[in-house]
Design a protein around this ligand. Structure first.
Ligand SMILES: Nc1ncnc2c1ncn2[C@@H]1O[C@H](COP(=O)(O)OP(=O)(O)OP(=O)(O)O)[C@@H](O)[C@H]1O
Ligand SMILES: [Mg+2]
Length: 333
């Protein structure tokens, strides 16, 4: 059996003669939060649907928990939970009934059902809303209920397709924290898609940036940022007269790639500021240079996206679609 929880190689999906997924490869480790970050139409949902056996791939290989997504669909389904991009709750049922209905379809026997539903509702803090009709839930509560539903079969892997789209910032943060807790408490493997950069940055152990059906970069958020250039470490000195002294002393550090001076501040460009900051501070200390302020500025994930795609993944890009989705979610049908 493979050491990876999800293993994908050269995966292709064509709709007619349009290639939505163009030969992507990646692996997801057990207990990892792995994110697919990309703009509208990048191929995120298509990939999730292949991995969750909802649609068939055109070619390539994909395994989830060691099972072939084309040949062992039942086995795959037993091991996964999914939260769909588009809302899929029944407004006319209560939260509890929605979960019970789903658990029945899953064939979870009656004595376990009640227990599992209770646990799942607790996980997303909806116990007290169990008997309220879903039509009276807020957008964020609906999303949490959908996450609870995805947890009913105690999956090894949870797939979340745009878990926070259309929700306000605070609700989003809450949902992200539930997702983190799932991984931390149950060692669950999480695969999520998003087009929110900060969300990927905050939540994911590793991120694949996907654009036009291709993975164009894949690494930890930290490494992605490092990959596009250096950090800026700025030192503001107490006495402008010390500038020369410190520049001289720092010149023997070969990690510094560039230096700029402005008034009594020095801006050092270096690959990894956090691992060199101690050395730099020691040098200043040994030379009796008083430092008033130290700051590290890293390239942001936004910078990374622009670097690899040549454009920014503006939040507005999906805004119309998001607004519609938000309405659907809020139940204004
Ligand atoms: N059933 C289908 N038939 C034809 N084309 C499709 C179908 N489903 C998706 N596509 C196309 O495949 C591409 C990828 O779509 P997909 O839904 O995977 O994107 P996505 O990254 O999830 O986007 P979003 O952020 O909007 O959810 C898009 O160009 C889409 O129009
Ligand atoms: Mg999608």
């Amino acid at each position: 059996m493979s050491k990876y929880t999800i293993e994908v190689s050269n995966l292709v999906k064509r709709y007619g003669n349009f290639e939505a997924v163009k030969g992507i490869s990646f692996n997801v480790n057990k207990g990892e939060i792995f994110g697919f970050l990309g703009p509208n139409g990048a191929g995120k949902t298509t990939t999730v649907h292949i991995l969750t056996t909802i649609i068939d791939k055109t070619s390539g290989d994909a395994y989830v928990c060691g099972y072939d997504v084309s040949k062992q669909k039942e086995k795959v389904r037993e091991n996964i939970g999914i939260v769909f991009q588009d809302p899929s709750l029944d407004d006319r049922l209560t939260g509890y009934e929605n979960l019970d209905f789903h658990a029945m379809i899953y064939g979870i026997n009656k004595e376990y059902r009640r227990k599992r539903i209770k646990e799942a509702l607790e996980m997303v803090e909806l116990e007290d809303k169990a008997d309220t009709l879903v039509m009276y839930y807020s957008g964020g509560m609906k999303r949490r209920l959908e996450i609870a539903r995805g947890l009913l079969n105690q999956p090894e892997v949870l797939f979340l397709d745009e878990p926070t789209v259309g929700l306000d910032v605070q609700t989003r943060r809450h949902i992200l924290d539930y997702i983190k807790a799932l991984r931390d408490r149950y060692k669950m493997t999480i695969f999520l898609t998003t087009h929110y950069i900060e969300e990927a940055d905050y939540l994911c152990d590793r991120i694949a940036i996907i654009d036009h059906g291709k993975i164009i970069a894949l690494d930890t958020p930290e490494n992605l940022k490092k990959s596009i250039g250096g950090d800026t470490l700025s030192l503001t000195l107490k006495h402008k007269s010390d500038i020369k002294i410190i520049l001289n002393a720092l010149s023997r550090l070969d990690v510094i790639e560039d230096v700029k001076v402005e008034n009594n501040s020095i801006y050092l460009i270096l690959k990894d500021a956090s691992s060199n900051i101690v050395d730099i501070m020691n040098i200043a200390y040994n030379k009796n240079v008083a430092i008033e302020k130290v700051e590290i500025r890293r390239p942001s994930l936004e910078d990374v996206f622009i670097h690899y795609t040549g454009r920014s993944i503006r939040e507005e890009e999906g805004s119309n679609l998001d607004r519609i989705r938000m309405r659907l979610r809020a139940g204004m049908r």
